[in-house]
Design a protein around this ligand. Sequence first.
Ligand SMILES: *Cc1c(COP(=O)(O)O)cnc(C)c1O
Length: 358
Amino acid sequence: MPSSEPSRYTFASDNCAGICPEAWEAMEKANRGFAPGYGDDEWTQKASDLIREVFETDCDVFFTFNGTAANSLSLASMCRSYHSVLCHEAAHIETDECGAPEFFTNGTKILLLPGENGRVFPPAIERMVRRRSDIHYPKPRVVSVTQPTELGTIYSPEELQAIAALCRDFDLRLHMDGARFANAVAALGVTPKEITWQAGVDVLCLGGAKNGLAVGEAVVFFHKDLAREFDFRCKQAGQLASKMRYLAAPWAGILENGAWLRHAAHANAMAAELARRISEIPKIEPAYPVQANAVFLHLPPETAADLRARGWGFYDFIGRGGESGPGLCRFMCSWDTSPEDVADLAGDMAECVASCRG
Ligand SMILES: *Cc1c(COP(=O)(O)O)cnc(C)c1O
């Protein structure tokens, strides 16, 4: 089987897509003349105000370059070194951040929870918290949930409320990794507040890069005490943009006219369409419910190799160490994925499946 670098990155990840037109246009507008640095400019003010408007509350907003920093620094703002963070075993903070949460918290331990389809549930949280209360155990301080999860599934508002209620009982903070938060809002058809502060979320890491921005995530503190001195934390970690207007303006571009949700809804629709086409191919089916913009498949190794030989790039390591095993392949849709792209991929899958068996 010839193996080469993929040439088609359409489904490899949602960060393989380009910059959406609304973000691009805002960058162009921001690129006129001089403006103060380090966030004292009108674009940063505007983007922060728009986030407060979208969430319908007076939250504190900070812009970082990426999600690893957003997650790590926000967890650090809630934890001391002897604390612990509870999350799903497939969580990005555990599997894909190179130990940054432990590094920026100076040693906070991550405690892993099992859970169906990438989600954590109250009984598993309670079991982990109650396991020990002595001085030798890293004191549980935060529950971190990913919405949508790393496996493309979604927590309902009720599920989040139940987790938050448990957090209140045990004096835990609730952190949400929302790298694809827009996809969750679009899929659930809720307002952003219903799955964040109204449900009991204290801090949200709101994803931009996978929603059509060039770069950047926003850390949104609903619980303002937790944001104390967060600006210093960002600066120390190298996450304070000197030309902040370019990090902030694209947020204004996608938020002010609802593009962030339109793009997310489109990505979700493309994933649903891919899943529908796959349902017509014998012997392959989604490994998890397709609820947002990801489609996971257990592909026979020959089929996966065949698809790669046709140039398709896709990940097969997501969730490793969790409930997945070999052959789990991820196909991700973005704001820029077209119905023709979906038809192309599904057509090639059907041919590869047929020829592998033939
Ligand atoms: C992409 C992603 C992030 C952010 O990753 P960076 O590469 O650091 O920007 C965070 N959480 C999840 C679940 C992601 O998929």
